[in-house]
Design a protein around this ligand. Structure first.
Ligand code: SAM
Ligand code: CA
Length: 227
């Protein structure tokens, strides 16, 4: 028994999947197609997709923001969990990778729920904020694009979320390198800085889960917390 998060060796990981992963066929097909791409490691794991789908249902989220689409696994997992009137604003810079995503969104019958905006995500977020009516309206947001811009994405996603909205930030443990001060590359430094900043940020209630590569859950508070 352990009161710390348990490490997963291959056997335990496969056991976990065998008793909990209920992956829709369309998600499995997308994962298999993505596996042939050299950058396949960027895709979230299927159990993380299922966890996000659970969170969407648990929170009753309807309006979702995704920053970092790639071939669309996370957006598809979330779209399948959304109610009929649900919407995802999905941001990515790559036409090539999101062309795969669009194909699967079509096949799954959820393409009408996803508003894909191609371009640097900072610009797309600033456009959304400038539109005015989007600020404070999102129920759920997922940050999973280039790590150097995480801080910019965090600030903007927080503006777009409603009070009580939930923000997920992916890869916050970055393979463990955040805890090794000798590692000072730009991605690690950016993630480390954001982790520290969120820890001190009274606008959110936070929990960092050692799930997959580390996921921070940040709940946007109505008022800054006093503790
Ligand atoms: N959430 C995705 C999934 O479940 O498969 C994985 C996203 S992948 C880790 C990161 C994505 O961020 C890539 O698709 C990449 O094109 C995108 N990206 C990188 N730099 C970007 C930028 N400046 N603006 C928008 N998207 C960017
Ligand atoms: Ca990721």
């Amino acid at each position: 028994m352990s009161n710390r998060s348990i490490g997963l060796d291959d056997r335990l990981y496969h056991y976990l999947l065998s008793v909990s992963l209920r992956e829709a066929d369309i998600l499995r097909q997308l994962r298999e197609e993505t596996a042939a791409i050299p950058q396949a490691g960027m895709q979230i794991s299927p159990e993380q997709g299922q966890f996000m789908a659970l969170l969407v249902q648990l929170t009753g989220a309807c309006k979702v923001l995704e920053i970092g689409v790639f071939t669309g696994y996370s957006s598809l997992a979330v779209a399948l969990a959304l109610p009929k009137q649900g919407m995802i604003t999905a941001l990515d810079i790559s036409e090539e990778w999101t062309a795969i995503a669009k194909r699967y969104w079509e096949s799954a019958g959820v393409a009408n729920k996803i508003d894909l905006r191609i371009g640097p995500a900072i610009n797309s977020l600033d456009d959304l904020i400038a539109e005015g009516h989007a600020v404070g309206t999102y129920d759920f947001a997922f940050i999973d694009a280039d790590k150097e811009n995480y801080d910019h994405y965090y600030e903007r996603a927080l503006q777009l979320l409603r009070p009580g909205g939930l923000l997920l930030i992916d890869n916050v443990l970055w393979g463990g390198s955040v805890a090794d001060e000798t590692i000072v590359d730009a991605d690690t430094t950016a993630i480390r800085a954001l982790n520290r900043r969120i820890f001190a940020d009274q606008r959110v209630f936070v929990s960092l889960l050692p799930v997959a590569d580390g996921i921070t859950l940040a709940l946007k508070l109505n008022e800054p917390s006093r503790n």
